[in-house]
Design a protein around this ligand. Structure first.
Ligand SMILES: NC(=O)c1ccc[n+]([C@@H]2O[C@H](COP(=O)([O-])OP(=O)(O)OC[C@H]3O[C@@H](n4cnc5c(N)ncnc54)[C@H](OP(=O)(O)O)[C@@H]3O)[C@@H](O)[C@H]2O)c1
Length: 344
């Protein structure tokens, strides 16, 4: 994990800095890359940032796009939208079912990816922000942690052997980009001293769900660092990025119903980017960078620090603990063996 950045994690992670960036900077349109012949998966690609990443990948010449979505109908609408004005080959865009609320769905999805000829790019974009905690009916985990962290992490791990098996067809490693958030740095993360950590998120009771969203994204950053340590960049270059604050996606579909949520929406509309603009940062992270971004976070198309806690001794302890617990959670899917084998 590179520790020399042009800005300190504290400064980069401050709200002041975030709003300054958001108000004064606009990410650049991603260009100068030819994705002809390449295959990509974008999860949660029927709307918002995922849809706009998909559009740009196609603009850059992508030959095959898998829209990994939980609603076939919404996926088909996105497919029709993305196809407009393009002369695409039959099957260039496909809609495959993926529901992060179900590990079985993640497993079935991964099974299907084995049929792909190659797998150059994966954008792990699915995310939610809710107003109240809800246990996942299948796993018992609180849904935000389930969707934003656990199922994302399981999918990333299970795709690794698939990616490795496709490498002979490709001219280099695949790219996996996790859609993260600057708000990871704002998590109070009161559960930080809990042992074990993962079950502490499932305790019933009143919960600040905005904080929970931030924590779920922070867990993704801890995971990224540990995963990148174990996966050779010759197999997959794994990084993360943020779309910044986006105003026209559906991320606040639940929170916008509350009074404070309505206020936040006014603010979001004033300073947020469109999904098209926010998606530039994610697409950039997925297609324009190399090994120097393995295990790193990109913001405004440059490597920047993640949340400050990532770089502390406390963060190191939590990373280690979270990794072990995550591996135990995924023992049913042989995650530990997959990680061991990926180096060989
Ligand atoms: N918007 C922002 O300001 C912002 C800022 C920082 C980071 N982000 C991150 O950017 C990513 C995209 O967000 P967005 O703003 O584009 O939000 P969005 O418009 O709500 O898109 C979220 C996508 O995730 C899908 N999804 C949600 N739960 C799912 C589940 N259980 N299984 C499968 N798919 C599921 C949604 O599908 P349905 O349409 O079927 O629900 C949708 O396709 C998220 O990871 C978010 O945390 C957003």
């Amino acid at each position: 994990m590179a520790k020399s950045f042009d800005v300190s994690p504290e400064k980069e992670g401050s709200m002041l800095n975030f709003f300054q960036r958001q108000l004064t900077q606009t990410p650049e349109v991603v260009q100068g890359v030819n994705l002809e012949g390449k295959t990509a998966i974008v999860t949660g690609s029927n709307v918002g940032v995922g849809l706009e990443c998909s559009r740009r990948l196609l603009d850059l010449g992508l030959s095959k796009l898998v829209l990994a979505v939980r609603s076939e109908a919404k996926g088909q609408t996105a497919l029709a939208d993305l196809s407009k004005g393009r002369n695409l080959k039959e099957g260039a865009i496909v809609v495959w079912h993926l529901d992060h609320s179900s590990y079985d769905s993640v497993l079935s999805f991964v099974e299907k990816t084995k049929t792909l000829d190659r797998l150059d790019i994966v954008i792990l974009n699915i995310g939610i922000m809710t107003t109240s905690p809800k246990p996942n009916p299948n796993t018992g985990h609180e849904e935000t942690i389930q969707v934003n962290y656990l199922s994302m992490a399981l999918l990333a791990i299970l795709l690794l052997p698939v990616i490795k098996s496709k490498l002979p067809e490709q001219q280099g490693p695949s790219r996996i980009t996790i859609v993260s958030s600057d708000a990871s740095a704002w998590a109070k993360f009161k559960e930080r001293n809990e042992v074990p950590l993962l079950p502490s998120f499932d305790r019933p009771g009143k919960m600040d769900m905005v904080e929970r969203t931030f924590v779920s994204k922070l867990l993704g950053q801890f995971f990224l660092v540990e995963l990148a340590k174990r996966v050779p960049p010759t197999v997959a270059i794994i990084n993360a990025s943020t779309p910044g604050m986006v105003h026209d996606s559906q991320i606040s579909r639940d929170t916008a119903q509350t009074f404070s949520g309505k206020l936040a929406e006014v603010f979001r509309r004033r300073i947020g980017y469109t999904s098209t603009v926010g998606a530039r940062m994610i697409t950039d992270a997925a297609v324009k960078h190399g090994e120097e971004t393995h295990g790193q976070y990109l913001n405004f198309q440059k490597v920047k620090p993640m949340a400050p806690i990532i770089y502390t001794a406390e963060g190191e302890r939590i990373r280690d603990q979270l990794w072990k617990e995550t591996m135990a959670e995924f023992s049913f899917a042989g995650a530990e063996d997959i990680i061991k084998d990926i180096r060989n």
